[in-house]
Design a protein around this ligand. Structure first.
Ligand SMILES: [Zn+2]
Length: 397
């Protein structure tokens, strides 16, 4: 009988002993094992990273036992991630003593990627000529260089991963993060390329950007109210609401002054703001009928900002009588040039719409909107790791 290891056993050890007893004979991976006089045997065998199928034959009865070699069981007490057998990892020696031959270094075959919430591990034969490029704090790109690719195992050790990878080509991957990255470390040890990331733990600091100002009046209501003034009064209300909840805020302008778009972005970046929200009220070009278009819309540019645009949309939608005009990816300066933060622009409604403008100019509407936005920002920040697409969709019901 075989008493150890149990089926499905996981270990970060590079070896494991096979323990049992037999009446007549025992073969492990087709090699005969010497039995003690009492029939007992204990044989140490080498393990590969990933799945090891050990062929056992006791007294003529064959069966398989599967053992998983994992990277580091101490740091990951409940691992769900294993690499598939890495065929270049070890080369079984054709010998009776069961020793494992020298590891081959005849090139790299990409077979598995393991992703935890702080690092990515890729078993490889030799350190590849890789390139890791930071696109922004939420997005890196890893190019593993030219190698043979037989990738069939990408595994996440967490249910709500903070790190996700997307395969761009055979050996190029986009690495995307839920929280901004401030640092990363790369090491190549024991034939594993490991990239560990340090997430920013910056406190919530909201940059509020009231659109336009000074000579740039923005849209105008049928009663002659300027967008720049509505944007500012809403921004001040939103700041007060957030401050009241203990959240620090920075305004790109706190009075009627002209600020360039790049100055606005600089204020956000210089202060290392966690969230950026630009407030606007909408208009239409000449060719369109202001009676026919109304409602609020949320805009983003970088993918990592989409979740906030969606979350704010959901929050406004569920507590407003306004039409929801949609979420749009927009190539706008304040969104595009502020890639290291989560940046959105909200058009709260059409200031040129005859009916909607009445609502937008009401102080009570602004107070209510400021409250909804403050709540949404706070809630988003608290839960952002869990606010994936499906959980936001689930909130709707
Ligand atoms: Zn505007």
């Amino acid at each position: 009988m075989l008493v150890y290891p149990p089926e499905g056993h996981k270990t970060d050890s590079k070896e494991i002993f096979i323990l049992g007893s037999a009446n007549l004979s025992c073969l492990i991976n087709d090699s005969a094992i010497a039995l003690e006089k009492n029939g007992n045997f204990c044989k140490l065998i080498q393990l590969k990273l990933g799945e090891n199928k050990i062929q056992i034959n006791i007294d003529g009865k064959s069966f398989t036992r599967t053992v998983y070699g994992v990277l580091n069981i101490n740091n990951n007490p409940n691992p769900i991630a294993y690499a598939q057998p890495y065929r270049a990892f070890t080369k079984q020696a054709n010998s009776n003593n069961g020793r494992v031959a020298e590891r081959t270094s005849s090139g790299n075959i990409l077979q598995s990627i393991l992703i935890s919430n702080k690092d990515i591990s890729i078993p490889l034969n030799v350190l590849p000529d890789y390139r890791l490029e930071k696109i922004n704090a939420y997005h890196y790109r890893l190019d593993l260089g030219i190698m043979e690719q037989d990738l069939d195992w990408i595994h996440y050790s967490e249910l709500n991963p903070e790190i996700k990878i997307e395969q761009i080509s055979d050996t190029i991957f986009d690495i995307k993060f839920q929280k901004p990255i401030i640092n990363h470390k790369i090491k190549f040890k024991n034939q594993v390329l490991n990239i560990s990331f340090t997430f920013s733990e910056l406190p919530l600091l909201v940059c509020i950007d009231p659109g336009h100002g000074g000579s740039q009046i923005g849209a105008i209501s049928p009663k002659g109210i300027f967008e720049k003034d509505l944007n500012l009064s809403l921004a001040i209300k939103l700041a007060a609401e957030l401050n009241h909840q203990g959240v620090k805020t920075i305004l790109t302008r706190d009075h009627d002054t002209e600020k360039s778009l790049s100055e606005r972005v600089k204020i956000s970046q210089k202060n290392k703001c966690t969230l950026f929200i630009s407030l606007h009220h909408n208009a239409l070009p000449d060719s369109r009928d202001p009676n026919k278009e109304s409602g609020f819309s949320c805009h983003y540019f970088h993918e990592h900002s989409y979740r906030l645009a969606k979350f704010i949309s959901f929050k406004l939608k569920s507590s407003s009588s306004q039409n929801f005009a949609g979420i749009y990816k927009q190539n706008l300066h304040v969104l595009r040039e502020n890639p290291d933060t989560i940046s959105v622009l909200i058009e709260l409604g059409y200031l040129i719409h005859p009916l909607e403008s009445e609502l937008l100019c009401k102080k009570s509407f602004q107070t209510k909107t400021a409250r909804i936005l403050a709540k949404a920002l706070l809630e988003f920040h608290r839960n952002q790791n869990f606010l994936n697409e499906s959980s936001i969709n689930a909130l709707k019901t």
